[in-house]
Design a protein around this ligand. Structure first.
Ligand code: PLP
Length: 421
């Protein structure tokens, strides 16, 4: 088990290097990097006097807004199916705690799922994902992985799906989601559908597993990514309708009441405002989708030019290149693992990225997780300009970062020392 989440650890290392005067191209941290919509700042200012604890599940206003938000997305929802929390990370942890049993995960998948399972003393059963899209296991491999897990003494109970996906930035097709949900039903698994990137599909929408396994799917999400509010810590989930879902909701409230008590009261007002989706919020989301798509696509083109395999981005702000085609050039530089590749990139080329091993890939896979959103700028003004631009990749600071990325990749694959060497 990692004692410090890999994503938070790299962010701290980059901060330290920058303080020491190094110029680091930070592609390591999943921070959406965008300005706050004015209406949200105003709501927070107006709510700052709210200092009472409030109900554990969330204020009636915030829960009603969240229920409306799900209902408008084709999942009819009552406020008593909602639970709000300081981020979706504690919600996922509470879910794993409430769903006694082992955890089935797509490989690769977000760093904290397996770590949370380990903290709870649960086993992880990894299932490969298809080449085209990540976040949902390959249905062809799921039944076998479950059988082998049970033979080794595991008790699989929860299947976590990430749609759209982090780390791959892709959206699994509806047919695959349907097939995996059918298998989950056969094997008595509860689906935890992590949909924190659902508002950031570059085109169209992501198929929620809650449509295919309505009575056994819990949807977890939050405002950290869609509205770049990671530091405000607003997460919310929807338990399924029906008797089992109601019981699970009660159990989750029990866990929440012992750990976080309630989402911070002013943040409940922010959640209610954002989830009612006034025009400013909708316009902000449209602009962010455009920005994320343009920059992820630009970086993807540069990766494939450098010879890496990489799934084309479909949502959010991540890419998951595989440098297997460059293995010989990397071996010549004593790089055998994704961790060595990430360290080499940081030390010799000034590029911060996370190794695929942090996401469950075998050590010798030469995969990296790149977050493209910290390229938007370091000042609120630059980020606002990036959000407003039709062609953000042409803004001078973004174009310079993209060019630097290409130059360093070129040097890496030709075995040359980078500018940070
Ligand atoms: N789920 C996924 C897939 C994520 O990438 C993240 C954050 O990186 C989270 C959940 C947790 O986000 P938060 O706790 O800020 O809601």
């Amino acid at each position: 088990m990692t004692l410090h989440s890999a994503t938070l650890a790299i962010d701290e290392e980059v901060r330290a290097r920058r303080q020491a005067g190094q110029d680091v191209l930070h592609l390591g941290f999943g921070e959406a990097g965008l300005p706050i919509p004015t209406g949200l700042s105003q709501t927070l200012t107006d709510a700052h006097q709210r200092n009472g604890y409030g109900p554990v599940a969330g204020s009636p206003q915030a829960r009603t807004a969240a229920a409306g938000w799900f209902t408008r997305r084709g999942l009819p929802t009552e406020p008593d199916q909602i639970l709000l929390a300081p981020g979706s990370k504690p919600l996922l942890f509470a879910l794993l705690a409430a769903l006694d049993g082992d955890v089935v995960l797509p490989r690769p998948s977000w760093v904290s799922y397996a770590a949370q399972a380990t903290v709870l003393g649960r086993r992880t059963i990894w299932v490969p994902t298809p080449r085209e899209a990540g976040g949902i296991p390959d249905p062809e491999h799921l039944a076998t992985a479950l059988r082998q897990g049970v033979e080794r003494g595991a008790r699989p109970r929860a299947l976590i799906l990430t749609i759209p996906d982090n780390p791959t930035g892709t959206v699994a097709p509806a047919e695959q989601v349907r097939a995996v949900c059918a298998l989950a039903e056969t094997h008595g698994l509860t689906v935890i559908s992590d949909e924190i990137y659902a508002e950031l599909c570059h085109r169209g929408t992501a198929p929620s597993p809650a449509h295919y396994l309505p009575e056994r799917t819990v949807v977890s999400t939050g405002l950290s990514k869609s509205l770049a509010l990671g530091g405000w810590r607003i997460g919310y989930l929807r338990t399924p309708p029906g008797v089992w879902g109601r019981r699970l909701h009660q159990e989750l409230i029990g866990v929440a009441s012992e750990i976080w008590s309630s989402l911070a009261a002013p943040m409940q007002s922010v959640a209610a405002h954002a989830l009612d989706e006034p025009p400013e919020i909708r316009a902000h989301l449209t602009a962010s989708r455009h920005l994320h798509a343009r920059i992820a696509t630009a970086l993807h083109a540069r990766l494939t030019t450098a010879g890496a395999h990489c799934r084309p981005p479909q949502a959010g702000f991540y890419l998951y290149p595989d440098f297997a085609p460059q293995r010989e050039a990397l071996l010549a530089q004593d790089i055998h693992t994704s961790a060595e590749l990430a360290t080499h990139l940081l030390h010799h080329h000034g590029i911060a990225a996370l190794p695929g091993s942090a996401f469950g890939d075998p050590d010798t896979t030469l995969t990296l997780r790149l977050a493209t959103s910290l390229l938007y700028g370091t000042t609120p003004q630059d980020r606002r300009s990036a959000l407003a631009a039709d062609e953000p990749e042409r803004l001078p600071w973004i174009a310079a970062a993209l060019d630097r990325f290409s130059t360093e990749l070129d040097m890496l694959t030709r075995g040359r020392a980078g500018r940070a060497a």
